[in-house]
Design a protein around this ligand. Structure first.
Ligand code: UDX
Length: 432
């Protein structure tokens, strides 16, 4: 089929490449000429394992352009995957989506299904459909479908090729049939609902996962106080299929482009309708507090960090991505710098993005060893594989004072017992 995709961020580009892989002819549209030029050369503008390889395999069916009119004019299906960033009040900013809708209305010359993948507040797609139909330049039949995206950064390609489910929010049999045809090459359960339910499924899923993380983080903080071990507790809980063993990793809170934004957006909507979601409000508050856990803990070991060399391992919000959005490092490092610490940071892919925030204030290290050399404190913000592969001796040998505050529980406690390293993680007590 002939498909156009608006936006080449994580959602748009991964969707486009996977649809090309399924045999469709896909034109990806972006406003950024430099980015489009990069993609034409087969280079992915985002770091996402497996994406560039899949792009290379399917370049014959992929076109990249800034010319939206030619891309949308005769597309059978148009996906919208542009951002819906958070506004100051927590609600979703729909200006990019609206802009694409207007461009589609001006360009479309054939009947088409417009699929909204961007996360939009419940009811938005009804309004988008009206806006689209009101502004059509040509007499074509057009319908909006909601097809929320559940991919995680770092595993986006795998998640799309092997999704747990595909949710189709449609208002007609025709839209359902067209989308079933688009996804015919994928063997995944398809959940068909009306549009509003599909929109809600996305928010409710993300917010439930965020709530699960905040819940386990609160339990972890209590475990620390009462002498229980959160990993044993989570393992014991996870065997119950009603609970499940996923998303029970305690740490310094969730970051990224979805959970923080989507919890705030649903909370905003619920409050607007006088039905405040108290559970989601709590999840947000717990997460904000949890992100500061390591700097708070550092005061157990030092009254002041003035002049201290602090090694920071990991800057991104999670491994296998260079994305810094809502990363705990972004709230902790400013505090460390304010306290007068000398920050030596290592991250395998996040440094160039981090330099945009802190070009000179931090020493960026080429290796973990360089960051740890003579450090008086080590803070682990991201569970990169290279960090998890470290040995207690490395911390002991390189650091001036081997105190490791691990915000992602990268190691077992046994690895640090009787090693001379102070190892303080989340929800598990301190090992020396
Ligand atoms: C998330 C959802 O998983 C995905 O379905 C949705 O489409 C977009 O948002 P993503 O933000 O890429 O994906 O990453 P995810 O792996 O879900 O992690 C989000 C955050 O939660 C990370 O900061 C991670 O460190 C944290 N997390 C995750 C925990 O703290 N504990 C866990 O057990 C799991």
């Amino acid at each position: 089929m002939k498909i156009a995709i608006a936006g080449t961020g994580y959602v748009g580009l991964v969707t486009g490449v996977v649809l090309a892989h399924l045999g469709h002819h896909v034109t990806c549209v972006d406003v950024d000429e430099a980015k489009v030029e990069t993609m034409r050369k087969g280079i992915s503008p985002i770091y996402e394992p497996g994406l560039e390889e899949l792009m290379a395999e399917n370049m014959s069916r992929l076109t990249f352009t800034t010319d939206y009119a030619s891309a949308y004019r005769d597309a059978e299906v148009i996906y919208i995957g542009v951002g819906t960033p958070e506004k100051k009040d927590g609600s979703a900013n729909l200006s990019y989506v609206n802009q694409v809708i207007d461009q589609i209305a001006a360009s479309l010359e054939r009947d088409c299904i417009v699929v909204v993948k961007s996360t939009v507040p419940i009811g938005t797609n009804d309004k988008l459909e009206q806006r689209l139909r009101d502004n059509l330049a040509h007499p074509v039949s057009v319908e909006i479908a909601s097809n929320p995206e559940f991919l995680s950064q770092g595993t986006a390609v795998k998640d799309t090729l092997h999704a747990a489910r595909i949710v189709l929010g449609v208002e007609s049999r025709h839209a359902e049939q067209v989308l079933r045809q688009v996804y015919a090459g994928l063997d995944q359960p398809i959940v068909v609902t009306n549009r509003r339910s599909a929109e809600m499924i996305k928010y409710a899923s993300n917010d439930f996962l965020a709530l699960k993380i905040s819940y386990i983080n609160e339990i972890a903080n209590l475990c620390e106080l009462l002498g229980a071990d959160i990993q044993d507790v989570a393992r014991g809980m996870g065997f119950d299929p009603r609970i499940g063993n996923k998303f029970l990793n305690a740490g310094i809170g969730y970051g990224g482009s979805c959970f923080p934004k989507d919890t705030k957006a649903l909370h905003w909507v619920s409050s607007y309708h006088d039905r405040e979601l108290k559970t989601i409000k709590a999840a947000i508050e717990v997460n904000d507090r949890q992100k500061l856990l390591l700097v708070k803990k550092s005061h157990k070991y030092y009254d002041s960090l003035e002049g201290k060399k602090v090694a920071v391992l990991g800057l991104t919000f999670k491994p296998e991505t260079d994305d810094l959005r809502e990363a705990p490092s972004l709230v902790n490092i400013p505090i460390l710098l304010d306290d007068g610490a000398k920050v030596y940071a290592w991250d395998p892919v996040g440094v160039s993005n981090y330099k945009r925030f802190y070009p000179n204030e931090i020493t960026y290290c080429q290796s973990i060893e360089q960051a740890l050399q003579d450090a008086e404190l080590c803070l682990i913000f991201t569970e990169w594989a290279d960090v998890k592969a470290l040995k207690a001796e490395t911390f002991r040998q390189l650091m001036k004072t081997p105190i490791v505050l691990d915000g992602r529980n990268c190691f077992s406690l046994d690895q640090f017992r009787d090693t001379g390293v102070v190892y303080d993680s989340v929800g598990r007590g301190v090992v020396k």
